[in-house]
Design a protein around this ligand. Sequence first.
Ligand SMILES: Nc1ncnc2c1ncn2[C@@H]1O[C@H](COP(=O)(O)OP(=O)(O)OP(=O)(O)O)[C@@H](O)[C@H]1O
Ligand SMILES: [Mg+2]
Length: 321
Amino acid sequence: MSTIFVIHENDDWLPPFAEALDAEGVPWEDWSLVEGSLDLGAAPPEGVFYSRMSASSHTRGHVASKDYTRSVLSWLESHGRTVVNGRRVLELEMSKVDQHAALRAFGFDVPHTVAVIGRRDLRERARGMDLPFITKHNQGGKGLGVRRFDRYSDFDDHIDGPDFEHPVDGITLLQEYVHPAAGYITRVEIVGGEFLYALTADTGSGFELCPADECADDSGFELCPTDAGPAKGLFHWREGFDDPLVGRYLEFCRFWDIGVAGIEFIETAEGRRVTYDINTNTNYNPVVEQEAGRSGPAAVARHLATLARRLDAGQLAGSAG
Ligand SMILES: Nc1ncnc2c1ncn2[C@@H]1O[C@H](COP(=O)(O)OP(=O)(O)OP(=O)(O)O)[C@@H](O)[C@H]1O
Ligand SMILES: [Mg+2]
């Protein structure tokens, strides 16, 4: 059977996928893209490639991983390899501006957002935002740079103060604060063109709500809700979520050839459903998965194994979702 190559940069996030791929009985290889080299004259190995490169790779000191992955995916696709979450999807992962543009063009309700490149326009552009508003990094992940401001003067103090974090790509987003009426956001998990489940994340205790990375500070994986700790209880299966929005997300993923994603939205008191985040290296929370009775890593492994079988049967060409 064809080999599955898992492209990533975070060893801590790999074990659930390693276990699931082993359980699926498929040969697979770990391609950790942190530092290395690439012979552009060589042909890549045959197989199915799955990228779970993360937008927050730089926070782990892996500053070259983004461009390393861009290079590798371009090379793979130029050889017609089957890639799940390929070159174009990487750009969505790395840029919330890209996500916003793609979501808006598809007809989703998106939060009013201004991208500020560099620092010069921050203060002036903030004055154009209704209060409250939030900031976030364009290349985000684990809630990087997400802060709420209720007064313009607080924002001024913040950008001049020591807590201001420079976004790695120089782009800070100023975004409409969308109040979650019921106190939670919803994330819709999609694997291989199918809806897996939806989960809620309580918003009462802050903004850094990646379900496997609530440990968003430097303490690393130990505090991750995948184990327990303070984040336990923040995330729950959204039972019976059966909404036309799911079908629209599936269409969106088909259009962009996104194989694996968690898409987040907020419901307001006025009945708006505002989509604000696409995670294409989604991590899965065991508490939620126990409640839902479904496993993200198992679904991903099954999807990749199916593609490998189709590749072996000569049924695949080019990239696949
Ligand atoms: N426009 C908004 N209005 C209100 N709350 C928001 C808004 N955007 C984001 N949030 C809150 O901040 C959290 C983090 O924001 P977002 O998901 O955009 O950042 P991220 O860096 O991609 O984080 P993650 O990797 O945890 O998904 C969200 O889960 C949500 O609770
Ligand atoms: Mg998010």
